[in-house]
Design a protein around this ligand. Structure first.
Ligand SMILES: [Zn+2]
Length: 98
């Protein structure tokens, strides 16, 4: 059993040219006209994204043609598998016991 993880959110290099995050959508109101703009991360990929560092996301409002950036962070870390967590248990079963 792992008792401790040291440095579990490190500077990470993944070398991924295009990262698609399926099911992730960023809902943001246009700062100018308050129109809701949705950035769909399963369609707009991130290009060689940095991990555990702020990343700028480009937004464009079709209503008033405003452009702006918002910051997000991709966290890549190491965690132990908690046996009591049913979500994690499901993922482990799917991965190893097909
Ligand atoms: Zn707008």
């Amino acid at each position: 059993m792992i008792e401790k993880i040291e440095g579990n959110y490190p500077k990470a290099e993944m070398g991924i040219k295009r990262l698609y995050l399926h099911g992730v959508k960023l809902h943001c109101k246009c700062p100018k006209c308050k129109n809701l703009v949705i950035h769909n991360m399963s369609e707009d990929s991130l290009y060689y994204p940095d991990m555990n560092k702020p990343i700028e996301i480009y937004f464009y409002c079709q209503k008033c043609e405003n452009e702006w950036n918002e910051k997000i962070i991709l966290k890549v870390g190491v965690e132990t598998l908690l046996e009591e967590d049913p979500e994690i248990q499901k993922l482990v079963k799917e991965a190893f016991f097909k």
